[in-house]
Design a protein around this ligand. Sequence first.
Ligand code: CAA
Length: 283
Amino acid sequence: MEIKKVGVVGCGIMGGGIAQVCAQSGFQVVVSEVRDDLLKKGLAGIEGNLNRAVEKGRMKAEEKAAVMGRIKGTLETRDFGDCDVVIEAAIERMDLKKKIFADLENVTQKHALLASNTSSMSIIDMAMATKRPDKVLGLHFFNPVPVMRLMEIVRTIATSDETIETAKVFAKAVGKTAVIAKDTAGFIVNRILSSLMMTAVRMYEIGVASKEDIDTAVQLGLNHPMGPLALADLVGIDTCVAIVDTLYDEFKDPQYVTPSGMRDMVTAGYLGRKSGKGFYDYK
Ligand code: CAA
């Protein structure tokens, strides 16, 4: 099956990035939000990214206009009707995701693939909210989507071979290298990342070193582009907590117990870069 038109549910950091990368790769894109102000903010974020690329001489102004011209923002699920794949990038709540998948089942054509960009949640749970679990899979992008080269393709016990083959072609078309993971909590990357990140948070909480020194140690000692606490701020503290909670639910492994300080940060609204404060201050 050939993918020509892509739908993206959610125009936040991840959804906006996915919409941008797909449009830059030549696909027609429909991206939705739940409120007009969120849609405007998301589309402005995409335009801002493209403006930066133009300023840096990586993209011509006409190309930017063409990319924006391929992106249609909407508040209506029915606008996904002629998409060949729809990628859900909403917040990490299973009840909400199941509802989105059930709605997509009703409005999309029978051949359309339905994918989730969830960081860690069970894809088969979402698949069973539809009548086509063979066409449901995870397409997991990484933040910032335009920069990160990986896509995890997540296969459930019900996903068909044809769906996986189509997903591999799609990953290549949007410039990502695909890896295939089983539908287990955290797939490949977040299962590994969460161990590292939660260890770093606990070390910070018990005072083994300052947050700056923990991050510098990992950056320079392991050659990571940024330290784990700065990365938690980039990913979003609420998203990190959701991922670690999902890992604990599935594996009951104490390394995936969320440090209480992180839960306090979520309660206080210290969500990382997106709220202006997390482990670090961004104001
Ligand atoms: N959108 C688009 N482009 C961006 C960007 C964004 N949000 N942020 C940075 N970039 C681009 C810049 O434009 C720049 O491009 P050029 O080199 O072409 O000019 C390039 O990335 C480097 O950016 P900067 O010079 O501003 O900053 P940097 O060198 O410090 O890199 C970084 C920033 C790319 C974020 C880098 O620090 C990095 O790779 N960090 C690790 C990110 C990571 O691990 N992501 C995975 C998170 S886990 C995840 O996403 C899974 C999940 O489910 C939670």
